[in-house]
Design a protein around this ligand. Structure first.
Ligand code: 0O2
Length: 226
C-alpha cells in the first residue's frame, strides 16, 4: 500500500501534538493505512451506485444519478469533531467514534430516485445500515435537505476482510445546489450571517423543495405512472 509519510507527517501536525508525532512511524503508518481503507470503502460504494445507475437507466430510460462525489474528511475537520465531542485523539478513536471519515455524495435527478437508490443499496447483503437521518422528510431548521445513511461495507484485503463505515448523502440537484451555496455563504470570511439572511436562505430552501415536487410530478406524468 502506497503511503506518503512526509505528507502524512505534515498533516498530522494539525491534529496531534509534536510529542505524539514523535511517537513515531508506526502511528503514521497506522493512520495512513486507515485512510487508505476508507478510500477503498468509498470506491466500493461508488461502484455499487454506478452499477445501480446502469441497471435503473435501462429500466427507466433515464439516469437516476446525476453525479457522485467522494471525499475523505479533512484533518482540520477531524480535529474539530474530536475536540467538539471531547474525544482523546488516537487513530483507534477516529475509526471507532467518527462515522463520516469517508463520505459519498450521490446527486439524483428526482426525489423519488433518492429513496429508490437508498432502498436498492440497503437491500444488498454486504451492506449494513448503522444510522439513517432523513432530512428530506424532516428538514433541518435552516432548510437543509438530504437523506443521510451511515453504512458499513466490507473491503477485501490480501489477508483479511474489514468492515468500514461510510457516510452517504443522497440528494437531488436542487437540494445539492442549495446546500453548496449555503455552505459557501456560511463560511464566507469576515461576513456576518444575520437573521434576515437566514430567513432568505430558508425561503430559498422552500422554493427548491417546491421545484423538486413539481419536477417529480412532471416526471410521473411523462412516465405515465401518475
Ligand atoms: P463536511 O465537510 O461535509 O465533512 P456533525 O457532523 O457532528 O455536525 P452529524 O449529526 O454527525 O453532525 O451530521 P449530520 O448533521 O447528519 O450531517 C453532517 C454533514 O451533512 C455535514 O458534514 C455536511 O456535509 C452536511 N450538512 C448537514 N447540515 C448541513 C447544512 O445545514 N448545510 C450544509 N450545506 N450541509 C449540511 P460536515 O462535517 O459539516 O462537513
Amino acid at each position: 500500500m502506497l503511503v506518503n509519510e512526509n505528507e502524512i507527517r505534515e498533516q498530522l501536525k494539525g491534529i496531534f501534538s509534536d510529542e505524539v508525532i514523535e511517537y513515531g512511524k508506526p502511528l503514521m503508518q497506522k493512520f495512513a493505512t486507515l485512510m487508505a481503507y476508507y478510500r477503498c470503502a468509498m470506491m466500493e460504494i461508488e461502484t455499487k451506485f454506478n452499477v445501480l445507475n446502469q441497471e435503473f437507466s435501462l429500466a427507466l430510460d433515464r439516469n437516476p444519478i446525476s453525479s457522485i462525489r467522494s471525499r475523505l474528511k479533512s484533518l482540520p475537520s477531524i480535529r474539530e469533531k474530536l475536540e467538539r465531542r471531547e474525544i482523546t485523539p488516537s487513530v483507534d478513536a477516529i475509526e471507532a467514534e467518527l462515522n463520516d471519515i469517508a463520505g459519498v455524495r450521490v446527486v439524483c435527478s428526482f426525489p423519488d430516485d433518492v429513496y429508490m437508490l437508498a432502498d436498492a443499496l440497503l437491500k444488498q447483503d454486504d451492506i449494513t445500515l448503522v444510522e439513517r437521518k432523513d432530512y428530506i422528510q424532516n428538514p433541518k431548521p435552516n432548510g437543509y435537505r438530504s437523506l443521510h445513511l451511515i453504512v458499513t461495507v466490507p473491503i477485501f484485503l490480501a489477508h483479511e476482510k474489514k468492515l468500514m463505515k461510510v457516510e452517504i448523502q443522497l440528494r437531488t440537484i436542487a437540494m445539492d445546489s442549495w446546500a453548496s451555496l449555503e455552505h459557501q455563504l456560511r463560511y464566507k470570511k469576515d461576513y456576518k450571517f444575520d437573521e434576515a439572511m437566514a430567513k432568505e436562505l430558508l425561503y430559498c430552501a422552500e422554493l427548491s423543495s417546491e421545484l423538486d415536487s413539481r419536477m417529480d410530478a412532471l416526471r410521473e406524468r411523462v412516465q405515465g405512472d401518475a
